[in-house]
Ligand binder design. Structure first.
Ligand SMILES: [Zn+2]
Length: 159
């Protein structure tokens, strides 16, 4: 665990409660994007271990990843009713795997392909309103319920 890693730090906070975490297993943590969230239902699937990306997966992580990624993507669709779910991982700002799972509604051109990066930066700069924190809190609660009733391999409902 890297001392200064903000994602490791988030995971320590999740362990003590009060977070955006929806599911947490031995290998993965699934959470809603924190406030300001670019879109309601924008989730992140993190490796529990401090690793930069799939190149560094051990065999257990490599074997588990597909089912976890599919289940987390299904949860985004279930929570938002979106048409598609983007999965994007750069790991550049923080070299700790955190794949963005982004709800894509085909009627909303502001989230189409690379435009979603402009949307993200506009929210970050305060030029576009973020998702309503109350709506995000409701989605986190709903996500935990759904993970409890429809288990995703590798991502048991938090806590
Ligand atoms: Zn880390």
């Amino acid at each position: 665990m890297a001392v200064a890693c903000p994602i490791c730090s988030l995971h320590r906070q999740a362990a003590s409660g009060g977070s955006y975490a929806m599911g947490r297993g031995a290998l993965w943590l699934l959470r809603h994007h924190g406030d300001p969230a670019p879109l309601a239902g924008w989730l992140l699937l993190d490796a529990r271990r401090h690793l930069p990306g799939p190149l560094a997966f051990n065999d257990a992580e490599a074997a588990s990843w597909g089912l976890a990624l599919r289940g987390a993507s299904q949860l985004v669709r279930e929570l938002t009713g979106c048409d598609r779910v983007y999965a994007i991982g750069f790991g550049e700002g923080t070299p700790h795997l955190h794949v963005h799972l982004i709800p894509r509604c085909t009627g909303d051109p502001s989230s189409a392909a690379w435009a979603v990066a402009d949307l993200y930066r506009a929210v970050e700069r305060g030029e576009r309103a973020p998702a309503d924190p109350a709506e995000v809190a409701a989605l986190v609660a709903r996500g935990r319920q759904l993970l409890a009733s429809h288990p995703v391999p590798g991502i048991p409902a938090y806590p």
